[in-house]
Design a protein around this ligand. Structure first.
Ligand SMILES: [Zn+2]
Length: 72
């Protein structure tokens, strides 16, 4: 059953890669504390998911909300 193990490792590698891409995209959304409209992210609340905690921020200019993986 060597092939089966190889396939599982490939699937695991792909999942980790997608997770990494998602994390990078989220880091870019922070944009040094500024929304894409030029406003500032204002901390609202912590959002608890089953596996970890995200922090909800809202733009003080356009009102857009964004979750970030860690508190800034
Ligand atoms: Zn904004």
């Amino acid at each position: 059953m060597k092939e089966e193990i190889t396939i599982r490792l490939i699937i695991l590698a792909i999942l980790l890669f997608l997770l990494f891409i998602g994390y990078c995209a989220n880091s870019n959304a922070w944009n040094d504390g500024h929304c894409s409209c030029g406003g500032n992210w204002v901390y609202q609340e912590a959002v608890g998911h089953s596996y970890d905690t995200w922090y909800l921020y809202q733009c003080d200019k356009c009102g857009k909300t964004q979750e970030f993986h860690r508190k800034r």
